[in-house]
Design a protein around this ligand. Structure first.
Ligand code: SF4
Length: 367
């Protein structure tokens, strides 16, 4: 698994350091912030960097860290890799607080919140050209004012960046409409979960009465903006029978949605706790997912499969599967050796367990 934190030493006092690691001096927009730490040496497992008379060391290979943006609190023994320059899967965890309790949540909510917006702002400004940055939680819109300010300030500095914000869609208000019409938000894709067309099913899955009704208000508000919207639906035992109806609902009531991501479950957090009750094995029964895909595409909604290993998907539908699992938590199993689909396949989550997972892996050809 790719490390998102690195053992660190050298930053003993002062403020939390947000810095870009460089092997050679750079002459770009980010370098003018004066936060580049230049490689001085690589000694065994440690890469040493300095700026002026301040030196830090990080456990890792300098060639893997070039261009990364790290956050290192004083006296801390590890640094957060906020931006990995060579990755397409960077995301900033705004908060671990959430006002829903979804049955398959991979990152169960916590009550404590630490405000890191200042560090995130710097990290975005130092990100590589044209980067796509994920904004996640918890529920990032619990800190809507700061989030909107971040998106607008970053856009002013770095209009080349785009953002993918995962939100439960419960916090958009009529007064946000004008803000959302500003150019900064043209670079934002809002990913909002809808689990069923039936309010009681959606509300039970997210653990919040009235959540579905609130979502309808959100979509009505967003219809007055040019917001790009991705609908997300995790397929589970409790909602899979609703997928075809949901396809009809989305294409009727949210025709302005950009994309529909039909997702497989992740066995971690509440997803692990509720795996037996909720994991739906689409490798043994793909019929409802297939119907949903056909209805969505027939009505012009770009529906995709996320987190579906290709060999669990009938070949006629494999073209809809996206290699969606982030690089740092993706793995391949021993049986992937020699698979003819490996180059296009997204593989499995790091915490996937063969014994309790897909039972009919087999739609693949050996190379
Ligand atoms: S690489 Fe091949 S065998 Fe492995 S998960 Fe993907 S499709 Fe299946």
């Amino acid at each position: 698994m790719i490390a998102l934190r690195l053992a660190a030493k050298g930053h003993l006092e002062g403020e939390t350091l947000v810095a870009r690691l460089v092997t050679t001096p750079k002459d770009d927009r980010a370098s003018f912030l004066g936060r580049d730490y230049q490689l001085t040496s690589q000694e065994d497992a440690w890469a040493y960097y300095s700026r002026d008379d301040h030196a830090i060391a990080l456990r890792g290979k300098a060639e893997d860290l070039d261009g990364d943006v790290i956050m290192l609190p004083p006296n801390a023994s590890s640094a957060h890799r906020l931006i990995r320059a060579n990755s397409q899967h960077n995301s900033l965890l705004i908060t671990e607080q959430c006002d829903q309790l979804c049955v398959m949540c991979s990152q169960p909510p916590k009550t404590k919140h630490t405000d890191m917006f200042a560090a995130f702002m710097l990290a975005c400004v130092m990100a590589p050209q044209d980067a796509v940055i994920g904004i996640t939680g918890g529920e990032p819109m619990l800190f809507k004012e700061q989030l909107f300010a971040l998106l607008m300030q970053v856009h002013a500095e770095r209009p080349d960046l785009t953002f993918h914000v995962l939100t439960n869609g419960q916090h958009f208000e009529p007064e946000d409409v004008e803000t959302l019409k500003s150019p900064a938000f043209n670079n934002v894709l809002w990913a909002i979960p809808v689990f069923a067309d039936a309010p009681e099913v959606h509300d039970r899955i997210v653990g919040k009465a009235g959540a579905f009704e609130r979502l309808l208000k959100t979509f009505e508000l967003l219809s007055h903006t040019s917001a790009q919207i991705e609908i997300r639906t995790v397929v589970m035992q409790s909602n899979q029978a609703h997928l075809a109806a949901l396809a009809g609902f989305l294409t009727t009531y949210i025709p302005f949605a950009t994309q529909w991501s039909i997702m497989q479950m992740e066995k971690i957090g509440y997803g692990r706790m509720n795996w037996r009750k909720e994991f739906f094995d689409t490798s043994t029964d793909f019929a409802m997912t297939a119907r949903a895909l056909c209805i969505a595409h027939g009505r012009g909604l770009d529906a995709r499969l996320f987190n579906f290993p290709l060999c669990t998907v009938p070949s006629a539908y494999q073209r809809y599967a996206v290699a969606s699992i982030s690089d740092w938590k993706c793995k391949f199993e021993d049986f992937c050796e020699g698979c003819g689909l490996r180059d296009q396949c997204g593989g499995f989550f790091e915490w996937y367990d063969v014994g309790s997972g897909f039972k009919a892996i087999g739609y693949y050809e050996k190379a």
